[in-house]
Design a protein around this ligand. Structure first.
Ligand code: C2E
Ligand code: CA
Ligand code: CA
Length: 658
């Protein structure tokens, strides 16, 4: 294992220099002892010189290995070189007895004997990391002493020599054992270090994964912007900070117009490319550290905090709207998408994050409704409207079921004879809290909460109840009209619903007239089949608000519409407007050439009525004749308006009593 070899080299190298110095000292001491005993001769000097050279070479070798980094990179060969050095030293020490005349290890040369034995023992004790090195040094010394002792052939010497041979054996064994211990401790240490390393690595891996997960949890993967969760946290944090430092926090919410249709018609990858480009544009415009987030779908938000927050938010919104006029390109295609923007500010409009978001949403909703592709700032009216809308939606179902919502009826009369020719059913709701709720509010709320069918069915029911009673007044040929908004055709089958209601009340379809706006006719795909079926079933059809859109003439002819109802805007003040007179005259001729009755709505003055009659309009509806009224008020109105009807009704009663 290279790591263990490196540890062995380190153990040897550590203290190698002090060993060499100790060697030099002991060598010198030996020479000095010989000198004191007057025994130092040329052989001893040669020996000393050789020993010093060996020590110098060993020192040089250690330095060279260290300098070249060999101790770490080539531990095995370093150990071999250092061991050879030790062997050389050992051999020089072993040669000492032969340089001394009549060497007596247990006699006068006992100090030398002790020095040599000490050096050999010290080597084994000190160099436990690598046995060959310790033994290369000590074995030659001990062998030399043993040979000298036994060679003296004196009993004491021989005995000590034999003990020495035993010691050599013990030295070798202990040395091998010590090295084994050293190696196993190094292996254990290495394993512990490796384990610690891998734990550290695992730890940093976990930390990296954690930060990746954190990024995933906070980022929107498609655009790289902050996601909704991060946005909420930041908005709440910014508001808390702003509360302390008394600053504003402005919130912008952007919505991409027609995104759904782009997604549906061009595919999701086009939709994704578009969202990414919008995110890029936002990022390149909003560069003041404000948070940009994608809230989901096609909704983006920017949280602007710090000094001048509201002003900076307005500037951002204007720049983003300006940039949105540039077409967006992808795969050789391009599209211009409109953005609507809502803006609200803390503490001006709301005092917490949730409310601020709701305010910005209301402003956005208003911007979208107006289709202005503009910035709309929150104002308290929006909150009141939204609250009103919420209450209407919440109470609608109950109101339909309890009959709080129902139809009022407005009569239609023949302009020349003033005879009653029909009634239009108009939805009415007097809300206990909100007061009068307008028909468009009711119709829109019904669509939002998926109650359109129930709402129209309840009006149709009221219309049937009236239609059933009309023959009593001698008005059996009079129709009751009801309005069906164009989008309803996409939501449910109007003919099926009407079939259910009319048959439940025993009313013939010909007693009802269905008023549809031009919009329904403009989009034949929407209502085509249903309109044809209504016509086949025998309902009368009227085109409401005629003149406001662009009805297809061909379609009008094909559909066999019975009536055109000219919109109130042409009728108002017609006596004083020559243009309106010309327009109505043109519409009347169109109606005549298609054999359609022309109904004028919103007739308020006798002058207007007179002009309209002169222009050829046959039927009229308006406050001049009657305002819409509840069914209960109709009896009186009919009898007042058409006295003959009363007579007929009384006679009918007499007849039925008889
Ligand atoms: P519309 O179908 O054009 O209905 C005529 C509207 O003009 C009614 O308003 C009526 O009250 C009003 N009006 C009638 N004569 C005069 C007049 O001389 N002067 C003035 N200024 N106004 C007059 P209303 O009832 O508020 O209805 C508004 C619209 O709501 C209706 O316009 C119709 O489009 C829709 N609507 C009403 N009831 C229903 C319904 O049951 N279902 C659906 N889908 N829409 C309805
Ligand atoms: Ca109408
Ligand atoms: Ca109308």
């Amino acid at each position: 294992m290279p790591a263990v070899l490196q540890a062995q080299v380190a153990d040897i190298a550590d203290g190698y220099r002090s060993t060499l110095i100790l060697n030099l000292i002991t060598l010198t001491v030996c020479l000095f002892i010989l000198h004191i005993q007057n025994e130092a001769g040329w052989a001893n000097f040669v020996w000393y010189a050789a020993a010093v050279v060996v020590v110098a070479c060993r020192a040089y070798a250690l330095n060279a290995l260290n300098r070249r980094g060999k101790l770490l990179s080539a531990p095995q060969s370093s150990l071999t070189i250092l061991s050879l050095g030790a062997l050389a030293s050992g051999v020089v020490w072993a040669a000492l007895p032969w340089t001394v005349y009549d060497f007596e290890p247990l006699g006068s040369h006992a100090p030398l004997f002790l020095m040599m034995g000490g050096m050999a023992a010290g080597s084994v004790i000190k160099q436990i990391g690598y046995t060959p090195l310790a033994l290369s040094y000590s074995i030659p010394i001990l062998l030399s002493l043993m040979v000298n002792l036994i060679g003296n052939w004196r009993p004491n010497d021989v005995l000590v020599g034999l003990c020495l041979s035993l010691m050599i054996f013990v030295f070798i064994r202990r040395s091998i054992w010590a090295e084994r211990m050293f190696v196993s401790s190094q292996v254990a240490r290495h394993e512990a270090t490796t384990l610690a390393d891998s734990l550290t690595r695992a730890n940093s891996d976990i930390l990296r994964q954690n930060s990746r997960l954190e990024a995933l949890a906070n980022r929107d993967t498609l655009t790289g912007l902050a996601n909704r969760m991060f946005f909420h946290g930041r908005l709440a944090g910014d508001i808390a900070r702003a509360a302390v430092v008394k600053e504003q926090v402005a919130l912008l919410i952007f919505d991409v117009e027609r995104f759904q249709s782009i997604n549906d018609t061009l595919g999701h990858s086009a939709g994704d490319a578009l969202l990414r480009e919008i995110a890029n544009r936002l990022s390149s415009i909003v560069e003041d550290g404000s948070l940009i987030a994608r809230l989901g779908g096609d909704e983006f938000a920017v949280v602007v905090s710090g000094p001048d927050a509201l002003h900076r938010a307005r500037t951002h919104a204007a720049a983003v709207l300006e940039a949105s006029r540039r077409p967006i390109h992808w795969h050789q295609r391009q599209a211009v998408v409109g953005l609507s923007v809502g803006l609200a500010a803390y503490p001006d409009h709301a005092d917490n994050a949730e409310e601020l978001l709701a305010c910005a949403d209301m402003a956005l909703y208003d911007a979208k409704r107006a289709d202005r592709r503009q910035l709309r700032e929150f104002d308290p009216d929006l909150r009141r409207n939204a609250e009103r809308k919420r209450i209407i939606e919440q109470d609608l179902d109950r109101a339909i079921q309890t009959g709080a919502i129902g139809a009022w009826f407005q009569p239609q009369v023949d302009l020349t004879t003033r005879r009653i020719t029909g009634f239009e059913a108009l939805v009415r709701w007097q809300h206990p809290q909100l007061g009068f709720v307008s028909p468009p509010e009711i119709v829109n709320a019904a669509r939002t909460v998926h109650l359109s069918e129930q709402l129209t069915a309840s009006i149709a029911r009221d219309a049937c109840l009236l239609a059933r009673r009309l023959p009593e007044f001698g008005l059996g040929d009079v129709t009751v009209a009801l309005n069906v908004s164009p989008r309803e055709f996409a939501l449910y089958s109007v003919p099926c619903m009407l079939q259910r209601v009319t048959s439940a009340h025993g009313v013939a379809p010909s007693a009802l007239e269905i008023e549809i706006t031009e919009e329904a006719i403009l989009d034949p795909a929407l209502a085509d089949d249903q309109l044809k079926r209504l016509e086949q079933d025998g309902y009368k059809l009227a085109v409401d608000d005629f003149g406001m859109g662009h009805s297809s003439l061909a379609y009008l002819i094909g559909l066999k519409v019975d009536r055109l109802k000219i919109d109130r805007s042409f009728v108002k003040d017609v006596a004083r407007s020559e243009t309106n007179q010309k327009l109505i005259s043109a519409m009347v001729s169109l109606g005549q050439s298609l054999s359609l009755d022309i109904v004028v709505e919103g007739v308020e003055t006798p002058e207007d009525a007179a002009i309209l009659a002169r222009l050829g309009c046959s039927i009229a509806q308006g406050y001049l004749f009657a305002r819409p009224m509840p069914a209960s008020a109709l009896d009186t109105w009919i009898t007042d308006h058409q006295p003959t009807a009363l007579k007929r009704k009384t006679r009918a009663k007499h007849l039925s009593v008889a």
